[in-house]
Design a protein. Structure first.
Length: 36
């Protein structure tokens, strides 16, 4: 597979969203709110 620009953007966005979800869950557990 040859990654296209769209593929790279989609992958990057997916990683960012996954990271935010993890941080949000961890933050809510600790009681800290993370903003964008």
């Amino acid at each position: 597979m040859h990654p296209t620009e769209r593929g790279k953007v989609t992958t990057a966005a997916g990683l960012v969203i996954a990271a935010r979800v993890m941080v949000t869950k961890r933050g809510n557990r600790i009681g800290i709110c993370y903003s964008g």
